[in-house]
Design a protein around this ligand. Structure first.
Ligand SMILES: [Cu+2]
Length: 148
């Protein structure tokens, strides 16, 4: 039943994100170089990208989503007592003029409950929901495991 329920969950998420975006001013947040590291044999994947706030006001990413995953959330990796851990880092605030890099070993978007296995070269749609109602839509490319 879990597999059958996932597409419904995705539709609800996309609908929620779309309705929140209605009537919002265009965001000044720029998302570049989005890519995904897929972990074979699991239904989770990490998304990395670079966010730049070109505006004069702080921008806060309040939620993330993808139709390719049941759930998505901003995480931060850290070493705690020699153990690799992840914690939720959401909302993510980006100061005016600042660039925030989501990169291996640090911040990332965690996709959980992938609707299908990811293959190198796949393009995965992502939505970033911003404080104040704006949204950023982007595509992230799945990299091969041996691709740096
Ligand atoms: Cu994570």
């Amino acid at each position: 039943m879990r597999v059958a329920a996932l597409p419904v969950a995705c539709l609800v998420l996309v609908a929620a994100l779309s309705s929140a975006a209605r009537g919002a001013a265009p965001p000044l947040l720029d998302a570049q170089d989005a890519w995904i590291r897929a972990t074979p044999g699991t239904d989770v994947a990490a998304v990395y990208l670079t966010l730049h706030n070109g505006g004069t006001q702080p921008v806060t990413v309040t939620a993330v989503g993808s139709p390719a995953a049941a759930a998505a959330m901003i995480h931060e990796s850290a070493m705690v007592n020699g153990q690799a851990t992840m914690r939720v880092h959401q909302p993510l605030r980006i100061a005016p003029g600042a660039t925030v890099r989501l990169a291996p070993g640090g911040l990332h978007i965690m996709l959980q409950g992938l609707t299908h296995p990811l293959a190198a070269g796949d393009q995965v749609p992502l939505v970033l929901l911003l404080d104040g109602g704006g949204t950023i839509r982007l595509m992230a490319r799945v990299r091969a495991l041996d691709e740096s």
